[in-house]
Design a protein around this ligand. Structure first.
Ligand SMILES: *Cc1c(COP(=O)(O)O)cnc(C)c1O
Length: 432
């Protein structure tokens, strides 16, 4: 009925998440409020771990791309579910380390890690630094040498794949700020430099072709290109590449038009291509890494708001204003993302009211959805925006000095705050 399995409607006609009434949650924790279903997140983690066991003899690691949704509770869950963690900043690394996340299962990404972050990564003993460019390789080598350590490294490669997704979130093509280009020879030069570099342990190659991808074909092509490159590396340098990181980007359901494959199907198909290509190109089957972010957290979360003014402009549109907006969900203003809306206290009623859901920030573009169908909403109703578990809290800002909403986790019929609501004191805490 809804885009996520963890959502339903109870006997009162109210929307539930993880079996809990969202209208009760709104009353208990206030709005706006992010709510995530921990059991759904754990099930998603397990599906990824299992997909590698079932299709690739467990010779790999699923790591959660924590930029989708990172907080202490999330890092703990991911660790308990035996996944590794992808971090893209010192702040994400710090959060993971603060809950004792095993550093050898942390992969440090990013196209321009600062010198301080490289030092922090070496000091923490992260399992892999995914090196983006030659300048970074030199700096990492220096940082490791200074600390008397050796760092495991993957090189990020642009495999030149068109991933059929929004151009803002397409990253595997040559015109991208991320990684080393294959076509120009830049990638091979980088590999040679990594093999030769002091205090660097060259482990393998990485690619990430984009996000919110539904077709399995771009992943298969990327696997093929990368195995071909591994064969080239072997031929040119004699080094057998041990590890292949295929990135993330698996699509989720934001609307009923989206039809993602089961994760096990992605892995079955991609593992098939990997095995066949390794035989064909004469290379050893690599240890594989996958990096799902959105598909671990996205469908497990919703955001609850209270409806304020409802403004109908005759023959034009009806604006429904809520007590949040681009500060807690900038994805519509960034990429016109689709979301399903539900009036939480009228969830059993027909969706026969076309509205534009407007945020409260002083920007005309601060909208969450335009011309979307929802129940007949009125001021005071609770509005739920679905599939907001990824790239909402993690992308939130304090624009207009609005405090950030809390994150509430539900599990086994219970709810708890995992990130508290910001206060006005938090807002001025850093002002001198
Ligand atoms: C963002 C990102 C991911 C996760 O992408 P999703 O679309 O959230 O699965 C994985 N790897 C890298 C390098 C990324 O930048």
């Amino acid at each position: 009925m809804f885009v996520s399995d963890c959502l339903s409607v109870n006997e009162k006609g109210n929307l539930t998440i993880g079996g809990i009434d969202t209208v009760d949650l709104a009353a208990k924790y206030g709005t706006p409020c992010y709510v995530v279903d921990e059991d759904q997140i754990r099930a998603n983690c397990r599906a990824y771990v299992k997909s590698i066991e079932d299709n690739y003899d467990g010779n790999g690691l699923a790591i959660y791309a924590s930029k989708a949704f990172n907080c202490k509770a999330m890092c703990k869950i991911v660790n308990e579910e035996k996944m590794g963690l992808d971090v893209v900043s010192g702040g994400e690394l710090y959060t993971a380390l603060s809950v004792g996340f095993p550093s050898e299962k942390i992969y440090f990404h990013g196209n321009n890690k600062t010198l301080a972050e490289l030092d922090e990564a070496v000091k923490a003993g992260v399992g892999r630094v995914v090196v983006d460019n030659i300048y970074e390789l030199e700096n990492l080598s220096k940082a490791a040498k200074k600390q008397g350590k050796t760092v495991g490294v993957l090189l990020r490669i642009k495999p030149g794949i068109d991933a059929h997704t929004h151009s803002f979130i397409m990253t595997g093509q040559i015109d991208s700020k991320f990684g080393f280009a294959l076509e120009t020879g830049e990638a091979m030069d980088g590999i040679k430099a990594a093999i030769a570099a002091e205090n660097i342990d060259f482990k393998g190659v990485h690619c990430h072709i984009g996000s919110q991808i539904f077709d399995v074909e771009p992943f298969e092509r990327a696997a093929e290109v990368m195995i071909g490159f591994m064969a080239d590396i072997k031929a040119e340098t004699g080094v057998e590449v041990e590890e292949l990181d295929l990135g993330g980007g698996f699509g989720i359901k934001y609307s009923s038009d989206d039809n993602p494959l089961a994760y096990s199907e992605y892995m079955a198909k991609v593992a098939g291509v990997l095995k066949a290509e390794c035989v064909k190109k004469g290379v050893k089957q690599p240890f594989i890494v996958i990096e799902p972010g959105r598909s671990v957290a996205g469908s497990a979360g919703i955001t609850l708001y209270t409806v304020g003014a409802v403004k109908t402009i005759p023959d034009i549109r009806t604006y429904v204003s809520i007590d949040g907006g681009m500060g807690d969900n900038p994805r519509y203003i960034l990429y016109q993302s689709t979301y399903e809306l539900v009036c939480a206290n009228k969830a059993d009623k027909p969706k026969d009211f076309k509205i534009t859901l407007a945020g409260r920030c002083c920007e005309s573009g601060d909208l969450i959805q335009e011309d979307a169908l929802v129940q007949q909403v009125e001021p005071g109703d609770i509005m739920a925006v679905l599939s907001t578990g990824a790239y909402n809290y993690s992308m939130s800002s304090n624009y207009n000095r609005i405090p950030k909403p809390p994150v509430v986790m539900v599990s086994g019929g219970q709810s708890r705050v995992v990130v508290r609501r910001e206060t006005y004191e938090d807002i001025i805490a850093k002002d001198m």
